[in-house]
Design a protein around this ligand. Structure first.
Ligand SMILES: Nc1ncnc2c1ncn2[C@@H]1O[C@H](COP(=O)(O)OP(=O)(O)OP(=O)(O)O)[C@@H](O)[C@H]1O
Ligand SMILES: [Mg+2]
Length: 467
């Protein structure tokens, strides 16, 4: 007899609960949920037992008893990390069931977005932070390093899809990002160092029209449908796109050019259609297309072409040309290889505005360092001005790596270290090298010249401008 879905839910082992926020600050980031004490008793759940939570995703957490006030409420209290892992929000109903404690033999983690450099200290620190946590494949875990958060995605757990991390667990961290689902960006303009002019321009071209479409309609001005951010790697293009989405209160749909192309035949065009459909459904929205040069390669750019590119491009142009201005959708493309972009993409009605996100000068580096160390307890001797002066050729990403390495240096000295000082930065400087080599900078100087054909008049300044 076919089983009815509801009959699979064993009444005695599963309960519907209501998601609530944590009450105590110290419960954040511990991988625990607090349950209605009555439910704990009814289900024989003891503090420290594991529960499986079924939201729009499935995750696991350690259960603890909640305050007496929650008695009989069916509340399950969790922090926003667990909410994210369960795919739920405050007020949602979730199914909860106790599960057996399993020990993970091996856990594989990967950064969410950026390539990171792994060192034995980071490995040790991550493992130390995760001891007694129950991790589930697909979860995001937040590792705190001097009050800075490093989000890592659990890409693998064995022998089962979840398990507790113990001293005996082998924790492996990958350097390359996992393909993670898109989340709503939390980046604000305050998280960006330098790039003042780029921020101002993107606000005028994207934020203002998204926030006040009626203003533009009234004045009969058509805001740009799309803009292209270009500049050397690691200087803030992705950061800027996320910040403008967040500050415009727009939904952010992010895709990578090469990912679209790697789909099955016919699937790529469908994926493009799907992206625009989703954007229309959730407008105001920003569609962010990273590594856009792979989708719109200039002829002879050396991209292997099986006809897929052509079909994807024509689908993309159909969608772009079809979006009505003032419909609250903006497409932002980003590339660090602007010379490979087909100029057809830059025509009016497409990505018609270009914003250069250039390498930081000394002042820019200082403000980036300030942003990056905002939550790092610096020792008195840590001199950011001096660091800004000696980091010529460092991109923002290089500076982020430097700060992280200095923090790791401090931990290397003493795993309970409380401050990061100049000597830690000095040793970090021996390891982290600038990625903006003279060749890279020369290349961007030439590219800017090339773009002069598209209404570019200004000579390249050191930081940022807009054409
Ligand atoms: N201007 C900046 N202010 C603060 N942090 C920055 C800045 N630029 C880069 N960073 C740091 O470097 C990381 C990488 O930056 P981002 O992803 O924005 O670079 P990108 O220009 O998109 O590079 P790519 O061309 O490789 O995609 C950021 O997450 C941030 O930590
Ligand atoms: Mg980027």
């Amino acid at each position: 007899m076919p089983k009815d879905r509801t009959s699979e839910v064993d009444e005695k082992t599963e309960v519907i609960m209501i998601v609530q926020d944590v009450l105590k600050q110290e419960d954040y980031g511990r991988g625990i949920v607090r349950l209605d004490p009555q439910i704990m008793r009814e289900f024989g759940i003891k503090s420290g037992d594991y529960v499986r939570i079924y939201g729009s995703r499935v995750t696991h957490a350690r259960a603890m008893s909640s305050v007496p006030m929650d008695m009989g409420t069916r509340f399950i209290r969790m922090d926003k990390i667990i909410k994210g892992n369960a795919g739920v929000r405050t007020g949602d109903k979730v199914r909860v069931r106790p599960v057996k404690t399993r020990v993970a033999h091996r856990v594989v983690l990967a950064p969410q977005e950026h390539t990171i450099r792994i060192s034995p200290e980071l490995d040790r620190w991550v493992k130390k932070s995760l001891i007694d946590f129950v991790v589930t494949k697909g979860d995001t875990v937040l590792i705190t390093l001097f009050r800075r958060y490093i989000p890592l995605v659990v890409v693998g757990v064995s022998p089962s899809s979840y398990g507790k991390v113990t001293e005996a667990t082998v924790v492996e961290i990958r350097e390359r990002p996992a393909e993670a689902p898109v989340s709503v960006p939390t980046v604000t303009y305050d998280d960006i160092g330098g790039l003042k002019e780029a921020i101002q321009r993107i606000r005028e071209m994207v934020e203002l029209p998204l926030r006040h479409p009626e203003l533009f309609r009234h004045l009969g001005i058509e805001p740009p449908k799309g803009i292209l951010l270009y500049g050397p790697p690691g200087c803030g293009k992705t950061l800027l796109a996320k910040a403008v989405a967040n500050e415009s209160e727009a939904n952010f749909i992010s895709i990578k050019g090469p990912e679209l192309l790697s789909k099955w035949v016919g699937e790529s065009e469908k994926a493009v259609r799907e992206v625009f459909r989703k954007a229309r459904a959730v407008a105001p929205a920003i569609i962010f297309i990273d590594e856009i040069e792979s989708l719109f390669p200039r002829r002879g750019a050396g991209y292997a072409d099986s006809g897929v590119t052509e079909r994807v491009v024509s689908q993309m142009l159909t969608e772009l040309d079809g979006i009505q201005p003032l419909k609250n959708i903006v497409v932002i493309g980003a590339t660090n290889r602007p010379d490979l972009v087909d100029p057809a993409l830059l025509r009016p009605g497409r990505l018609e505005k270009l914003i250069y996100v250039g390498p930081p000068n000394m002042e820019g580096r200082l403000s980036i360092l300030k942003v990056l160390t905002r939550n790092v307890p610096l020792a008195e001797d840590a001199d950011l001005m001096e660091l800004a002066a000696v980091t010529d050729g460092f991109s923002g990403a290089d500076l982020a790596a430097l700060v992280r390495e200095a923090a790791l240096e401090a931990l290397r000295e003493d795993i309970e270290a409380k401050k990061v000082g100049m000597r830690h930065f000095r040793s970090a400087l021996k390891k982290i090298k600038p990625s903006l080599t003279p060749e890279v900078l020369k290349y961007f100087a030439e590219v800017s010249k090339m773009f002069r054909g598209y209404g570019i008049t200004e000579e390249r300044k050191e930081e940022t401008y807009v054409f």
